[in-house]
Design a protein around this ligand. Structure first.
Ligand SMILES: NC(=O)c1ccc[n+]([C@@H]2O[C@H](COP(=O)([O-])OP(=O)(O)OC[C@H]3O[C@@H](n4cnc5c(N)ncnc54)[C@H](O)[C@@H]3O)[C@@H](O)[C@H]2O)c1
Length: 384
């Protein structure tokens, strides 16, 4: 099929490569003149690496390249069956793009946004045919991360949802369906991984290195929260937290931290700026964690139970199915286990007791247990 992609930045470029690898003809458009050169260089580099590693043949690399056409105007989208937008996170810009796209494409073309934090219903709100509009949310880097969240808006047709899911499944991705609520699945449920870790640091229980060590050692996470925030970029991670918090009408569960805000203000953005929670300069001293077993386990349990509570709440509010919630966290952010499966293993009564203990200690709404956990304990149920 013919796929139009708007925005050839980090995400649009990756999505174009994924679509072209699956054999689609891709038309890629970006308003920034130098984007084409940047894209070509990036694609060549990616494809040569894949050939070198023998993941694809030279012929396949040539075919992928041939499948992508950079276009200088969106008029080229006329025969596209699907158009995915991946430009800056600005609702007015996105709406004006779809206003143009709708006047170009045919009746049956699916229109999709890759937005991380805007409401799909809100972007579709100014479309002539909001019923063909949907969220198709890839993760960074789109070529490597298997997960794609599919988000129907209030007006989206069931057929558009089914067709979009089928298309993205056929591109070799793992799709999950999410309700159009802030952060969808992953960016909502993952908040405590960062927020609770920072809170533990702010309270003086442990330093960054110890918290990271605890989450990796006792939880099997590939990266600790501070390493991950430095990897993502503190500016990006902070903005997601702030957006989710505001969009949930300042629910204290998602409250951003001064620690991370100050990091952003100090331009300690993480790896990309050479310094974040850690110093990435050559020869910088790597801080040693305090490998106290009891401390480590307490840190891990507190963060994990907060994550489980968030996953349980998402299930309770029908944000996604049990399987999709677990798949989203393992395939979208590499968690070692699905959170609901993990909850069963930890024991639902233990999770509830931990939440209630935190709530009794702090008397903060941030620590309120999900009613899902309470009901399950009352009924003696597990998630699976
Ligand atoms: N970066 C991530 O980790 C990530 C992950 C998932 C989703 N997203 C979402 O994907 C979208 C794009 O993010 P990104 O990180 O690729 O951004 P980016 O800044 O890397 O790329 C955006 C591109 O859009 C182009 N652009 C801006 N306005 C345009 C217009 N009017 N017409 C055509 N092109 C235009 C820019 O020139 C740029 O090349 C955002 O909505 C973001 O929320 C980002």
């Amino acid at each position: 099929m013919k796929v139009g992609i708007i925005g050839a930045g980090a995400m649009g470029s990756g999505i174009a490569e994924v679509a072209a690898t699956a054999g689609n003809e891709v038309l890629l458009y970006d308003s920034y003149i130098a984007a084409r050169d940047r894209f070509d260089k990036g694609l060549d580099k990616n494809l040569s690496r894949l050939v070198e590693k023998e993941k694809i043949t030279k012929e396949k690399a040539a075919e992928i390249k041939k499948n992508i056409h950079f276009v200088s105007h969106m008029d080229g989208f006329k025969d596209c069956e699907l158009v995915i937008e991946a430009v800056v996170e600005d609702i007015e810009i996105k709406r004006s793009i779809f206003d143009q796209v709708e006047s170009i494409v045919g009746e049956n073309c699916i229109l999709a946004s890759n937005t991380s934090s805007l409401s799909i219903t809100a972007i579709a709100g100014t479309c002539v045919k909001p019923e063909r509009f949907i969220g198709i949310h890839f993760f960074n880097p789109a070529t490597l991360m298997p997960l794609v969240e599919i988000i129907p808006g209030v007006a989206t047709d069931k057929k558009i949802l089914d067709d979009s899911k089928k298309i993205i499944d056929s591109w070799g991705k793992v799709t999950v369906i999410a309700k159009d609520t802030p952060g969808f699945i992953v960016n909502r449920i993952a908040r405590p991984f960062y927020g609770e870790a920072i809170r533990i640091y702010e309270e003086g229980f442990a330093d960054f290195a110890t918290i990271d060590w605890a989450m990796k050692t006792y939880g099997g996470f590939k990266m600790g929260p501070f390493e991950l925030m430095d990897f993502i970029g503190n500016d990006i991670n902070y903005t997601v937290t702030e957006t989710v918090y505001k969009e949930f009408w300042n629910d204290p569960k998602y409250k951003p931290s001064f620690t991370q805000k100050r990091m952003v203000e100090a331009k300690r953005l993480g790896r990309k700026s050479g310094r974040g929670y850690y110093d990435y300069a050559e020869g910088a001293v790597i801080p040693e964690p305090n490998k106290d077993e009891e401390l480590g386990k307490n840190i891990f349990w507190r963060v994990l139970v907060m994550l489980i509570n968030e996953a349980a709440e998402a299930l309770y509010l029908n944000i996604a199915s049990r399987e999709d919630i677990d798949n989203a966290m393992t395939k979208g952010v590499n968690y070692p286990k699905g959170l609901l499966k993990w909850a069963d293993e930890m024991g639902i009564p233990y999770c509830l007791e931990t939440m209630d203990r935190l709530y009794n200690e702090y008397h903060e709404d941030r620590y309120r247990a999900s009613v899902q956990l309470r009901k399950m304990v009352r009924d003696g149920k597990n998630f699976y």
